[in-house]
Ligand binder design. Structure first.
Ligand code: ZN
Length: 264
């Protein structure tokens, strides 16, 4: 039996060189989307996206988006410092835009480029709810989830890493970016895996606590989203973030760890 397992591991290691192996966890597939290059592309795509939108400036709500954004950005940087990842801080330049577009969504791309639709307000309800959604998206950023999707999509659809893909297939590569980071057709987005969602939920609670927002109120916001009618859950954010009783339960279980960082 022992010999069987050794042979299986050797077989997996060999296969993983070509196609990955389901039996072994292996390193996370990120090599097709180097972080620094992804940040440059994200800045370009975010600026293009925001320039095509009606941006709301100088209102109480736009100032609140900026305030909550800065607070969550600070917490995200503190989280990276706690993880001894200060070398990554220079990649974040943070930007927050409130859009008049009739949509219910919040996006965050590598580098901290964030946009939120004004129509999302009834769903996040208040400052705590907005912070909770931002925290969740920033948790995806620090966990590298979008980068994982981007790397896998480049490998599968272009067959080349980001720098080569941009030279050889610039339009298709930018289309993949829009699908991965959700700034495109709601029907053409890459969903995060359940594992990625669970990880983002857990990290987000800690980010909120570090920012001084009560993580318990984030769970109330997710419970509110859970109670929404299905007919309201048709936008990118809801397609990507189906809320189930199991999800809520996992968040409640992660709460004690996050509360260690919350000073109230
Ligand atoms: Zn998510």
């Amino acid at each position: 039996m022992k010999t069987y397992w050794i042979l299986l591991v050797i077989l997996c290691l060999s296969l993983s060189l070509f196609a990955g192996c389901a039996f072994l966890p292996g390193p996370r597939a990120l090599s097709y989307a180097p972080e620094d290059q992804l940040v440059i592309l994200s800045r370009e795509q975010y600026r293009e996206f925001v320039a095509s939108q009606d941006v709301i400036l100088g209102t109480d709500r736009s100032e609140l988006v900026e305030k909550v954004g800065q607070r969550m950005a600070g917490a995200t940087e503190e989280y990276l410092a706690l993880q001894a990842r200060t070398d990554e801080l220079s990649r974040y330049s943070w930007s927050f835009s409130l859009l008049r577009e009739p949509c219910r969504n919040l996006w965050a791309a590598p580098g901290g480029f964030t946009a939120v639709c004004a129509d999302f307000w009834p769903y996040v309800q208040n400052e705590n709810g907005l912070a909770a959604v931002m925290a969740h998206e920033y948790a995806h950023l620090v966990a590298g989830h979008g980068r994982e999707l981007m790397s896998a999509a480049l490998k599968k659809r272009i067959g080349a890493p980001l720098s080569t893909a941009l030279l050889e297939e610039p339009d298709a590569t930018r289309q993949i970016w829009r699908e991965v980071f959700g700034m495109g057709n709601p029907q053409q987005i890459y969903p995060y895996s359940l594992q990625q969602e669970a990880e983002a939920d857990r990290i987000a609670l800690t980010l909120l606590a570090l920012a001084g927002y009560d993580p318990r109120q984030a769970i109330q916001m997710w419970e509110h989203l859970y109670r929404l009618e299905n007919s309201e859950k048709t936008e990118n954010f809801f397609i990507r973030h189906p809320v189930s009783t199991e999800r809520l339960e996992r968040m409640r279980n992660a709460l004690p760890e996050a509360m260690k960082y919350f000073e109230g």
